[in-house]
Design a protein around this ligand. Structure first.
Ligand code: GLN
Length: 485
């Protein structure tokens, strides 16, 4: 049977109809990982034994009449999400040998539902970056062109999916880290409304913005995973948003009832022309289908990245203070306590992490807090207000996900500002705590994926995913071959 690029929905059907076993599907991915991941470096750890065991267990449950959901479905998870008994490195030398004593809530929910964990995905160190080049364990390569970046920071999760190493994957999105690599790797990448998915067991980075997100081949697949992992959790007080999962995932949309906002600020001069053309083409298709397209304005969009940077760095400096090597983490030691702290942190953290720790500490220092952190919070509030106002006129916003397509490895790694700008179209939704999803919308002339973004109202995650699916169905892009296969 040809198992190539199965969606979760297709795999579900085959498993439930006994035409495929979870073990067969799991072996298919494990063999591909073994054969091809040396080209991609999507995964830091492949759990051959654990995955095989979980698959057999799922097959046992399937044989006893269970089915549906994610039972028997293999997935890969970003390595800043804790997995009991397996290393969780956060892409850092600091945690190179750290084994978590418990599972993150998303992991335990998926385990209970019978999903099969295959591997831990590469990422930018502590999820700080937009190219996965900040990983302490080497960069991940874009499956569609190995000399290009996969985006970041969940680059391993996106590349693994594009390379057909799993059926879905999890990442984390603080300022765009699920949507960015999804856009560059041609897969669907969803950031939930803030508070919809528990972050218990996610290595905290910027707590007022961090979210766990889902990557898959289709938006409907994302919704299936959401139905398992979302919902309140006694271990995370911020996971307080209750979303009503639709009884049946039905992507048939009455377009004449849908109002889609087209925000001018997302189509400014920095936008690559091929990306812009693809978006305009989709806008026209949706309009032909009967959707109402409404030009709208979100004037503070261009301040998103700066506000994000200040908030992010300030919170990073405080969250990462715990990594000092004393209780856990990289140990060098020294002749006194201060020297020990300095040595452990100097040797354990990479350059981008250090840059943010220093800037973040400065932004929070006495006398500067007012002029940086507080102002950034004000901008955040105004951006949220702008969205709220626009959402009184429209149901969704359609934008590009990233200003350009994948870029060559190495070209931006020493230019942090240009990497921060990669997220210019993604940070505003993060700051406003809105759900947003990157959708593959086509290919540029060089055969690299182009991503669009749909942003929804807070709490309207499932409806947004259904519209995203309907857009996928309408444009129905043709798959591209993987050059290394
Ligand atoms: N690329 C952004 C950054 O470097 C976003 C990171 C994220 O969402 N985890 O901070």
């Amino acid at each position: 049977m040809n198992l190539q690029s199965l969606t979760l929905t297709q795999a579900r059907d085959l498993l439930d109809n006994r035409r495929l076993t979870s073990r067969q599907l799991t072996d298919y991915y494990l063999q591909r990982l073994e054969k091809y991941d040396s080209y991609i470096n999507s995964s830091l750890l492949i759990d051959y034994e654990g995955a095989s065991r979980a698959a057999d267990l799922a097959d046992h449950r399937l044989a006893h009449g269970e089915g549906g959901g994610v039972l028997g479905i293999p997935y890969i998870i970003k390595d800043n999400i804790l997995t009991k008994g397996l290393k969780t490195t956060a892409g850092s030398k600091m945690l190179a040998n750290y084994v978590a004593p418990y599972d993150a809530t998303v992991v335990s929910r998926l385990k209970q539902a019978g999903a099969v964990l295959l591997a831990k995905a590469n990422l930018d160190e502590f999820a700080l970056g937009s190219s996965t080049e900040n990983s302490a364990f080497g960069p991940t390569h874009n499956p569609y062109n190995l000399s290009m970046v996969p985006g970041g920071s969940s680059g391993g999760s996106a590349a693994a999916l594009a390379a057909d190493f799993c059926t879905f994957s999890l990442g984390s999105d603080t300022g765009g880290s699920v949507r960015h690599p999804a856009s560059l790797c041609g897969v669907v990448g969803y950031r939930p409304s803030y508070g919809a998915i528990s972050r218990h067991g996610l290595v905290a980075m910027s707590s007022s913005l961090d979210a766990i997100g889902v990557l898959a081949r289709s938006a409907v697949d994302v919704a299936t995973v959401m139905a398992i992992i979302a919902g309140p959790d006694k271990y995370d007080a911020t996971a307080s948003l209750v979303l009503e999962a639709p009884a049946k995932v039905n992507p048939i949309i009455n377009w004449s009832k849908i109002k889609i906002g087209w925000p001018a600020e997302y189509f400014s001069s920095g936008l690559n022309s091929e990306v812009a053309e693809h978006l305009i083409n989709i806008k026209n298709i949706l309009s032909d289908k009967g959707a109402t397209i409404v030009p709208v304005n979100l004037p503070l969009t261009s301040y998103g990245v700066s506000a994000y940077a200040v908030i992010n760095m300030a919170e990073v400096s405080s969250n990462l203070a715990r990594f000092d090597g004393l209780r856990y983490g990289h140990w060098v030691g020294g002749s006194n306590l201060l020297e020990t702290y300095l040595n452990n942190r100097k040797d354990g953290f990479g350059a981008e992490v250090k840059r943010r720790l220093m800037l973040g500490t400065y932004f929070l220092s006495a006398g500067e807090g007012e002029s940086y952190y507080k102002q950034a919070q004000t901008v955040k509030t105004i951006i949220a207000r702008e969205f709220k106002e626009v959402f009184t006129q429209v149901d969704y916003l359609l934008t590009p996900a990233t200003p350009t397509v994948a870029f060559p490895l190495g070209v931006k790694v020493n230019d942090p500002l240009s990497l921060y700008l990669e997220d210019s179209l993604l940070t505003p939704a993060s700051l406003a705590h809105l759900p947003a999803v990157a959708i593959p919308i086509g290919w540029n002339l060089a055969g690299l994926p182009i991503g669009g973004q749909l942003i929804g109202k807070r709490g309207e995650d499932y409806n947004m995913l259904m519209v995203a699916q309907a857009i996928q169905d309408v444009i129905n892009i043709t798959p591209q071959l993987l050059p290394w296969e």
